[in-house]
Design a protein around this ligand. Structure first.
Ligand SMILES: Nc1ncnc2c1ncn2[C@@H]1O[C@H](COP(=O)(O)OP(=O)(O)OP(=O)(O)O)[C@@H](O)[C@H]1O
Length: 270
């Protein structure tokens, strides 16, 4: 784990000394990630951090700091220029397509836009999450059918508190409910880890807090490792065990949340 690498000079946030602990067998370890989309403009520079099993980590930083790019490189949804990402013990850059799909099926993704299919029920949208575990034409067709699968999808909706809305069309749900259906869809693949990119950025404060409470429950009560990005400093502090802050594509803080204050994190939005 890269511990608090603080800037020097007037802008340095006043944070306590770095946490000395590093997980022995992290669920995710990224080391030295570098990424540019065009010449002479580095988006990520030597980004390193780890996430322990069952840990909740908030990734913060102002617009353009590189949070989404770091997540995408960490999951090899895009190729980093250099550096490595080790997910559940496997280095992703050397993984073949099939192996990569299998490892990534242990990760549930949640994005700012829930991307539900609008004209079908909440339950059917959750059933679609089963695709993440299916492979081959037969597997894909089986992923949608069968009573057992619908029962499992219903159980996922219960976990997010929406079983009563199971038959409601997705386009008739509120923003907060839709995001909870998207989380249920991610749960359908029985993930060990959830990666959520600004999951509450489009929601009002109450719905946003409900969704963050749900993530917290999944992390703390169900033991699902969590990595989320946010601009909400209060959420970062309340819902994570550790905060990693990026500035200009570099990790400038990696610290246990319990010893951080909101003013420490507001430094990254100054
Ligand atoms: N596919 C791409 N091609 C070119 N530039 C890109 C691409 N994706 C991201 N960028 C650039 O990389 C920089 C970092 O973007 P990124 O989305 O990772 O930041 P972020 O911290 O997630 O920002 P935000 O909080 O606004 O979502 C931005 O300047 C963005 O324009």
């Amino acid at each position: 784990m890269q511990t608090a690498a603080l800037t020097t000079g007037a802008q340095a946030p006043a944070v306590p000394p770095p946490s000395p602990t590093s997980p022995a067998k992290p669920d995710l370890a990224i080391r030295g990630l570098c990424k540019s989309f065009e010449a002479n403009r580095a988006i990520l520079t030597d980004v390193s951090f780890s996430i322990a099993n069952k840990e909740a980590v908030a990734l913060i930083g102002s617009n353009g700091a590189g949070k989404s790019t770091a997540l995408r490189c960490a999951m090899r949804l895009i190729e980093p220029d250099s550096g490595e990402a080790v997910l559940f013990g496997t280095e992703l850059r050397s993984a073949k397509a099939r192996q990569l799909r299998k490892i990534r099926s242990d990760v549930g993704f949640v994005f700012q836009k829930h991307n539900l299919v609008p004209r079908v029920s909440a339950l059917t949208n959750v059933v679609h999450g089963n695709l993440g575990r299916a492979s081959g034409v037969r597997g894909w067709s089986q992923a949608f059918s069968g009573r057992q699968i619908r029962e499992r999808a219903y159980a996922c909706l219960e976990r997010v508190g929406l079983s009563e809305q199971a038959m409601k069309r997705a386009d008739q749900l509120s923003g907060g409910q839709s995001q909870r259906v998207a989380i249920a869809r991610a749960l359908m693949q029985q993930p060990k880890m959830i990666v959520a990119d600004e999951p509450v950025a489009s929601l009002d404060p109450v719905a946003g807090q409900e969704v963050m409470d749900l993530f917290h429950h999944l992390a703390k009560e169900e033991g699902i490792t969590l990595l989320f990005t946010t601009h909400n400093v209060a959420h970062a502090l309340a819902y994570s065990d550790r905060v990693v802050a990026l500035r200009g594509g570099k990790v400038e803080l990696d610290q246990t949340s319990a010893v951080l204050s909101s003013s420490d994190l507001n430094e990254f939005y100054g």
